[in-house]
Design a binder for this molecule. Structure first.
Ligand code: BDR
Ligand code: CA
Length: 309
């Protein structure tokens, strides 16, 4: 089985990514969840990860570790407009009972990635990259414990979603993103050029709901809330940003891209937080720009259909 660590800021779409990941436990073994400030402040992203872990019927065997509370250099930004004040679209979930780990996310990343014993782990990142950058700065040798990093972040031809140029996860901590893209590790980037091609229609959301399990109904509620908030803010259905990371691991054949070296604009100004891909064969980043949206949704539906509760 592939060993997965997911670093996230739940977040409606992060929550759907977690549910999809846990559903795929026959091939993807989640060894830990780390959380970071992003869509909502760090206290809430930590709580939301605990809520989703419990909803999936998972306990302490998959630790949830809280991480960075503020970005490296810039002021904190949040995205309540797209995720509601709780981060989970103000949907009522049972109060989580299983505690968070006492270990800090950055310590967990360093310790776990140093102990992979020849079977490198896959790191999935669906939030600002503060924890990952801090772990690398603390222990650059963690690169040898990494098979690849699959990231939701960045934008090029599509333009940004938080400013005309910048995508939220990179904009929320551009300095951390610059550190992470510079790591000598293969990466795949689910950026807006590709995630904007994958949106769930109301009919598709209802197909998820019709699966009937508690987890599938929750996923449908999360997707519906995401669509509602995105419609209010932008007049269209929400892209399937974060779940695309997990789906690209499960079905790389459904995505296409080009190799690139990626840099980040860290100077203040209109382009602050913009990702700049330089397309070249020796680039460490696979910059996705195309997806078979219908098949990506079907894969997610199939995975969510595995829940039986
Ligand atoms: C990213 O920003 C967040 O609001 C979402 O959870 C996703 O990770 C999309 O730009
Ligand atoms: Ca996210």
């Amino acid at each position: 089985k592939r060993q997965i660590i997911i670093d996230c800021d739940p977040g409606l779409d992060d929550a759907v990514a977690l549910l999809t990941l846990f559903a795929a436990s026959d091939t993807l073994e989640t060894v830990g969840i780390t959380t970071v400030a992003g869509n909502v402040p760090a206290k809430l992203t930590l709580r939301n990860a605990r809520i989703i872990r419990e909803l999936a019927g998972i306990g302490k065997e998959v630790p949830v570790c809280g991480g960075a509370e503020i970005p490296m250099l810039r002021d904190a930004v949040t995205a309540e407009d797209f995720h509601g004040s709780t981060g989970l679209g103000n949907i009522a979930f049972p109060k989580p009972q299983v505690r968070a780990s006492r270990q800090h996310a950055v310590n967990f990343l360093v310790k776990t990635l140093r102990a992979t014993k020849g079977i490198p782990a896959t790191l999935v990142v669906t939030g600002p990259m503060t924890n990952v950058a801090l772990a690398y700065l603390m222990a650059p040798d963690i690169v040898s414990g990494l098979k690849e990093i699959v990231i939701m972040g960045g934008a090029d031809s599509e333009g940004g979603n938080i400013t005309p140029h910048a995508e939220f996860n990179v904009f929320a901590d551009p300095h951390a993103a610059a550190v992470v893209f510079g790591m000598d590790v293969p990466m795949r980037l689910l950026n807006l050029d590709v995630t904007h091609q994958i949106r769930t229609s109301d009919e598709e959301v209802e197909r998820v709901r019709a699966l009937g399990s508690v987890q599938a109904v929750a996923a449908a509620d999360l997707l519906a809330a995401s669509n509602r908030l995105e419609e209010e803010a932008k007049g269209r259905h929400a892209p399937l940003h974060d779940p695309s990371t997990v789906l690209a691991i499960l079905r790389p054949d459904l995505f296409e891209g080009r190799k690139a070296k990626v840099s980040v604009v860290t100077e203040t100004g209109a382009r602050f937080g913009k990702t700049v891909p330089e397309y070249r064969e020796d680039g460490n980043v696979l910059w996705y720009d195309k997806a078979d949206a219908g098949a990506v949704f079907s894969e997610m539906l199939g995975q969510l259909g595995r829940y039986t509760a």
